[in-house]
Design a protein around this ligand. Sequence first.
Ligand code: FES
Ligand code: FES
Length: 166
Amino acid sequence: MKCQLRVNGEDHTIDVEPRTTLLDALRDNLKLTGTHVGCEHGICGACTVLADGEPVRSCLMLAAQADAGPEITTIEGLSTAPGELSIIQDAFCEAHGLQCGYCTPGMIITASALLERNATPNRDDIVDAISANLCRCTGYGQIVEAIELAAEKLRQRNASPSEASQ
Ligand code: FES
Ligand code: FES
């Protein structure tokens, strides 16, 4: 079946099976491999993307459900330009919020949704937001610190709006 997806601000028409997940469509059809495949059962959060700004498990959503539907944002869509890091990605590097990096795109997408709706999250807000994302390296403390740092950097950026974006 033909499927029209809007991903990271661009429209794509792809051919998929009715059973194709959004995760597979992003990775296999659109070559957006920043979204990771983990459990494929909705448990780990590695495959998290935004659908109209809300975090969703792309392994649990069919590509057909996104046909002419929500605006999908993947980790690639958070960068301001190819090869450049977003403020949240930069904060993860600076605060050592990643080890093997497998959970990282899902964590950063989840953090992005949190910081979009709450510019001043406390530690509990952050823990709550990432509570459905698993890190097999168990680096949760540094992930929380990275999101705190990202929140601070975004507040500084928003105080001087001429600077780079999220
Ligand atoms: S791969 Fe989707 S939740 Fe684990
Ligand atoms: S950094 Fe390895 S799974 Fe989280």
